[in-house]
Write a protein that binds this ligand. Structure first.
Ligand code: HEC
Length: 134
């Protein structure tokens, strides 16, 4: 009789431990944070502040609001052999290689300067998330 009670108690404690472990797992997170990047709210403001002084005219690329998306995603570069933005593939996107400091495609952008690491990451993450027009 005493033994049986002990077993029930043991079972209850075991269950509690299991429930606790399951709770700790939490949702799966993506690499930087949970929030996905918005083109309109996160990416376009970078272009508007740092790029539109030269783009519409330079590089046959218009980065003004309302035109930038159509000029970037799946569009061949005018000065290089490649695509400006390949969805999901920042390393194959001329736009990303022009801001990442690699110098892989001529001068780094913005010409004569550079974006912050946070801004570079925002654009990279947007491409990694499929470059949506969101
Ligand atoms: C001071 C002027 C200037 C600013 C500011 C500037 N650019 Fe440029 N950009 C140029 C010039 C000139 C070219 C053409 C020569 C070259 O490819 O480097 C160019 C070319 C490019 C190209 C290649 C286009 C193609 O199809 O060949 C991309 C992509 C680009 N810029 C992105 C940007 C981004 C993004 C910004 C803002 C972060 C920016 N640029 C800011 C002058 C500028």
């Amino acid at each position: 009789m005493k033994n049986k009670r002990f077993l029930v108690l043991l079972f209850l404690i075991g269950s509690l431990v299991l429930i606790q472990c399951k709770k700790d797992e939490g949702p799966v997170e993506d690499d930087n944070n949970n929030e996905s990047v918005s083109f309109a709210n996160d990416v376009q403001p970078i272009f508007t502040q740092y790029c539109v002084s030269c783009h519409p005219s330079s590089g046959n690329l218009d980065l003004r609001q309302g035109q930038a998306y159509d000029d970037l995603v799946n569009v061949p570069a005018s000065g290089y052999n490649g695509i400006r933005v390949v969805p999901n593939e920042p390393e194959n996107s001329i736009l990303y290689k022009k801001i990442d400091g690699s110098g892989a495609y001529g001068s780094n952008m913005p010409l004569g300067g550079s974006l912050s690491q946070a801004q570079i990451n925002t654009i990279k993450q947007w491409i990694q998330e499929g470059a949506p027009n969101n």
